[in-house]
Design a protein. Structure first.
Length: 286
């Protein structure tokens, strides 16, 4: 067992996979199992480091003292599927509202301070006359943003490799950002029946994730790999679906839920969504 939190427990399988046990109100996600009687489950004395064994019938903890049976459980599909997506040009009001809500929350933790600088990152390269050197994280975010705006798969792969694992906690801030980017790019790819710029950029980020998977935490690696293959938490999927449906009322409600995730995980994921949108939409604004 890797970690125990008030609303989630993370288990690593012997094969290196991940199972996530969560309170029902958290919602579903890739590799999630919703526990109906969460207070009782927490009273069993589970803690990081205890033994766990996973099989086809369920999960055994503490040498079999605690058993979770999955027989008869309804399987949930974590894949993001966008139907009747609105064109990128119609998404700006929703993206602006999402950015506004995320930037003002959680004391601007994680990447929150950078929401106001996304357009700056996407803009022209700095010249030799620029006086102030940029911190390393600024340079990395700029490289990502410019690679998206230029539809440069080679550069976005290298830029993504450079940020994997950056940040604190169970899921570092830059990893959460990449999950959000993957989500937006996958949804945007549904706009076109052929390989779109979003499709090509998403594939490059997926390659970066596999190349640098060992540079982040096991939990974050699980969510990154899921996102690269199209799997997302229920609440993140709800946000993306509301954006591409241009459904502002639903969007505001789901964003509030997403912002409750972690110290800054929800906000950082939204940062990735906004960065991906503004990069892809750059030539449409010029």
């Amino acid at each position: 067992m890797l970690a125990v939190y008030s609303r989630a427990v993370y288990l690593e399988t012997e094969a290196g996979g991940m199972a996530v046990l969560v309170r029902e109100d958290v919602g579903n996600g890739p590799g999630f199992a919703l526990i109906s009687d969460w207070p009782l489950f927490l009273k069993t004395g589970i803690e990081p480091g205890i033994s766990c064994r996973m099989g086809e019938g369920g999960i055994e903890l503490c040498g079999g003292a605690v058993s979770i049976t999955i027989a008869g459980a309804q399987e949930w599909d974590a894949r993001l599927t966008i139907r009747d997506a609105r064109p990128l040009g119609q998404l700006k009001p929703c993206i602006d509202r999402v950015a506004e809500m995320a930037a003002r929350g959680r004391d601007r933790a994680g990447l929150g301070m950078y929401f106001s600088r996304i357009d700056e990152f996407i803009g022209e390269e700095r010249t030799a006359g620029d006086k102030m050197p940029l911190p390393a994280i600024d340079l990395k975010l700029r490289a990502l943003a410019r690679a998206i705006a230029n539809r440069d798969s080679g550069k976005i792969k290298e830029a993504a490799k450079g940020v994997i694992g950056l940040g604190e906690g169970l899921t570092p801030a830059c990893d959460d950002m990449l999950v959000g980017m993957c989500g937006f790019l996958r949804a945007a790819d549904s706009e076109s029946p052929r390989k779109s710029p979003a499709h090509i950029l998403l594939a490059a980020i997926g390659e970066a994730i596999e190349a640098r998977a060992d540079k982040t935490t096991p939990v974050s690696r699980h969510f990154l790999r899921a996102a690269a293959s199209g799997g997302f938490t229920e609440v993140a999927r709800d946000v993306l679906e509301a954006i591409f449906a241009a459904d502002m009322k639903t969007l505001e409600r789901t964003v509030e839920r997403l912002l409750e995730y972690g110290a800054s995980s929800g906000s950082d994921l939204i940062f990735g969504i906004v960065l991906a949108y503004r990069g892809l939409a750059k030539d449409r604004r010029e």
